[in-house]
Design a protein around this ligand. Structure first.
Ligand SMILES: O=C(O)c1ccccc1N[C@@H]1O[C@H](COP(=O)(O)O)[C@@H](O)[C@H]1O
Length: 212
């Protein structure tokens, strides 16, 4: 099975079309005002409508209340919700909206890796640097060997500071079967580069998953 790739923080047609054509399994829309990748629901809906099928559309939310998610879902059909929220709240969101929920977890050591209950997928990434205004999208790596041998309770993906140059090594060291990137495929914060998206997907796809 090829490594699954999510290109997150899509804000324009070039990013959307390139990610879809290059074989991204997921694309992410960031609904978080403090992010340089923040997108208005109507703009996300217009991008999503460029193609029927293609990558699954994932909406990213930070500590969202139900109204924030409802407002987006009223405008953009999404295939899943990536949330920065405690475990209990992530489960409530899944119950309330009936969509797959991915929970993002920032780690520093093996002890931070979830082992029990989880929603549908875990996004394992680095903790944000002190003073950061956002919990992810900081181009920050963690020690990829921390996830070696970890038995995740649900499918998971590796995120944080990935680039076309390092993603192969990151997959090999971490054992990840899917990867998520935002900053590493940008020419400036919030501006996706078609060339970097293509290079990232090619590099990630060239690495066999741990199961072969
Ligand atoms: O991309 C953002 O601006 C963002 C804002 C708030 C929460 C998460 C965000 N991005 C996610 O963070 C990880 C790692 O991103 P990066 O490749 O290090 O930039 C990834 O899941 C992004 O989707």
């Amino acid at each position: 099975m090829p490594v699954g790739v999510k290109i997150c923080g899509i804000t324009d047609a070039t990013g959307f079309d390139t990610a879809a054509q290059a074989g991204a399994r997921w694309i992410g829309f960031v609904f978080f005002e403090r992010s340089p990748r923040n997108i208005a629901p109507r703009a996300a809906a217009a991008l999503s409508a460029r193609m029927t099928g293609g990558p699954e559309r994932i909406g990213l939310f930070v500590k969202p209340d139900d109204i924030a998610i409802e407002r987006v879902l009223d405008t953009v059909p999404l295939d899943g919700l990536q949330v920065y929220a405690p475990q209990q709240r992530a489960m409530e969101i899944r119950q309330r909206f009936g969509l797959p929920v991915w929970r993002a977890v920032g780690i520093e050591s093996r002890a931070d890796l979830p082992v029990h209950a989880a929603p549908d997928r875990l996004v394992i990434e680095s903790r944000p640097p002190a003073g950061s205004t956002r919990p992810g999208g900081n181009a920050r790596q963690f020690d990829w060997s921390l996830t070696q041998g970890w038995k995740s309770p649900v499918p998971w993906m590796l995120a944080g500071g990935l680039t076309p140059e390092n993603v192969g090594r990151a997959i090999a060291l971490s054992g990840a079967e899917a990867v998520d990137v935002s900053s590493g495929v940008e020419s400036a914060p919030g501006v996706k580069s078609a060339a970097l998206i293509r290079a990232f997907i090619a590099a990630a796809s060239g690495v066999p998953t741990p199961q072969g």
